[in-house]
Design a protein around this ligand. Structure first.
Ligand SMILES: Cc1cc2nc3c(=O)[nH]c(=O)nc-3n(C[C@H](O)[C@H](O)[C@H](O)COP(=O)(O)O)c2cc1C
Length: 190
């Protein structure tokens, strides 16, 4: 608590998805501390329907190789310069957290679990922001690729719902305008 810098309101309003990281690594212990707090997200029945696979230490190099193989099929044909350029979207983040949820056979529970995991992810993003760590929730198609699932040891009945790239940044992008409450609210009965 004493470490908190931002108010909840400021964290929600000031957080932006960071898509340009500066390459500074994120310490594993910072990521773990963020996750330790983020688990206080609402979730029905206290199912805590989430687990994560993280990479932010020396293991990140193997992850880069996996992402390269999955997303740049003919990478061997590129010059090392071109490859490095194309890989920057993967190599500049200082860490990764892949969020895995159970896929309950019951639709209500499955939706609840996805919703709960989404609040958990938002918690991670806000808590990271409070520590000066940016993040972006990404949903690239390869999250469902069998090769990717195998590399992360994702089990049948589980789904990877998010690639969270985390890291440090030099610039905060400008947020897009949001609709005001008056534009999205109707009063019951009117
Ligand atoms: C479920 C979900 C999936 C997203 N997937 C991507 C993505 O694949 N690539 C990406 O660049 N941003 C992705 N984003 C981030 C959004 O682009 C970003 O939240 C949006 O532009 C609003 O910007 P802000 O987060 O800075 O307010 C995703 C966000 C959510 C909630």
């Amino acid at each position: 608590m004493s470490e908190q810098i931002l108010s909840v309101r400021d964290a929600i309003m000031q957080r932006r998805s960071i898509k340009k990281f500066n390459g500074q690594p994120v310490e594993r212990e910072d990521l773990m501390a963020i996750i330790d707090d983020a688990v206080w997200a609402p979730n029905h029945g206290n199912r805590e329907p989430w687990r994560l696979v993280v990479a932010c230490g020396k293991e990140i190099v193997d992850l880069h190789h996996l992402l390269r193989d999955l997303t740049i099929p003919k990478w061997q044909e590129l010059s090392s310069e071109d490859l490095a350029k194309q890989m920057m979207k993967f190599t500049l983040p200082g860490g990764y957290a892949f969020v895995i949820v159970p896929e309950d056979a019951r639709q209500k529970e499955r939706l609840e679990d996805y919703a709960a995991a989404s609040t958990f992810i938002q918690n991670i993003q806000l808590l990271a922001w409070d520590r000066g760590i940016g993040s972006c929730w990404k949903t690239p198609a390869f999250l469902d690729n069998p090769k990717f699932r195998e590399a992360l040891k994702v089990q049948p009945g589980e789904r990877v719902i998010a690639m969270l790239q985390v890291g440090y940044f030099d610039e905060v992008p400008k947020g897009r305008e949001r609709k005001q409450a008056a534009e999205i609210v109707t009063v019951f009965g009117e």
